[in-house]
Ligand binder design. Structure first.
Ligand SMILES: Nc1ncnc2c1ncn2[C@@H]1O[C@H](COP(=O)(O)OP(=O)(O)O)[C@@H](O)[C@H]1O
Ligand SMILES: [Mg+2]
Length: 298
């Protein structure tokens, strides 16, 4: 079953007012079950509007939104659709409100009308998965946790609903490098263990390059690129035209090329860059002495 299908999705804020703003313009997108999609695009390109369609938070105006066979325009499937899509909003910790972490994490599964034991099982599991062990954190107030812990508690509340599709809007925004690493490795783990399909919005190209199998880029409400990280970041002109940045490894690759060191332009991660550089050096070392360009051992 296809995870998500958008057909001709068009959305306008404040239609027929002086503030009218077309946020999505005829978007067609199919996401297969198990994919990890990185959604990128400049501020205002429509990323949040797009993902808010996936759980019915934004009502479909024009076009179709189908999630695991359920049509978001069909009121009867809306509730099931909401349970299928776990939404981690920007700064999700602002939505913590209960007086204990366990109660907060239990909020979603309780809403699903699961029995008490099942709610408890899910709360424990979700807290374990995000690295907030139940015994230690269940009774703590969410408000006395550190920034990174708060965010993980908020994410636990989403995954306690065991959604098939996990959608995250800028999950590392506002975190320090350590918190950022923690959340990214958590997202990877959730993709592997909890929610097979992940759609992650981020403006950190390094993170997207490392995590996503597929990148979808939006510009002014339209999809302007869709492919593997190597394909999307490899198309330098197209990327620049879309106003998008390159991951660090690709920028270094370009800087090296300017100095005569040509590496594949499909490099997008630090690992790939390191491997390509090692291969480049080996090739140079084993080159025949005949190409005497003064490039000796260093
Ligand atoms: N509630 C709203 N009312 C009016 N315009 C909005 C609203 N939310 C977003 N927009 C506009 O819609 C466009 C797309 O916004 P958004 O989906 O938030 O983009 P992104 O998440 O890529 O930054 C922007 O021009 C934004 O200003
Ligand atoms: Mg946004």
């Amino acid at each position: 079953m296809r995870a998500v299908e958008l057909k001709g999705l068009t959305y306008t804020y404040s239609a027929k007012t002086p503030f009218e703003k077309r946020a999505l313009d005829n978007v067609d997108l199919a996401v297969e079950e198990g994919e990890f999609v990185g959604l990128i695009g400049a501020t205002g390109s429509g990323k949040s509007t797009l993902i808010q369609h996936l759980n019915g938070l934004v009502k479909v105006q024009q076009g179709e939104v189908i999630v695991r066979g359920m049509n978001a325009s069909d009121k009867k499937s809306l509730k099931k659709l909401r349970f299928a899509v776990g939404m981690v909003f920007q700064y999700p910790e602002y939505q913590l409100f209960e007086d204990s972490v366990a109660k907060d994490v239990a909020f979603g599964p309780k809403n699903m009308k699961l029995d008490k034991e099942e709610v408890e099982r899910r709360v424990r599991r979700a807290m374990e998965v995000v690295g907030l062990p139940y015994e230690e954190f269940a009774e703590r107030s969410p408000f006395e946790l550190s920034g990174g812990e708060k965010r993980r508690a908020a994410i636990a509340g989403v995954i306690a609903m065991e959604p098939e599709i996990l959608v995250l809007d800028e999950p590392v925004a506002g975190l320090d490098p350590v918190g950022r690493r923690e959340i990214l490795s958590l997202v990877r783990k959730l993709h592997e263990e909890v929610s097979p399909t992940v759609i992650m919005v981020s403006h950190y190209m390094d993170d997207i390059a490392e995590m996503a199998d597929r990148i979808v880029a939006l510009k002014e409400g339209k999809i302007v690129a869709d492919g593997t990280p190597a394909e999307v970041f490899g198309a330098r002109e197209k990327l620049a035209a879309a106003g998008l940045a390159l991951p660090t490894a690709a920028r270094i690759t370009d800087a090296l090329a300017a100095r005569g060191i040509e590496l594949p332009r499909t490099i997008v991660t630090a690992r790939e860059l390191a491997d390509a550089l090692a291969a480049y050096r080996t090739a140079r070392r084993t080159a025949t002495p005949a190409d005497a360009d003064g490039e000796g051992e260093d």
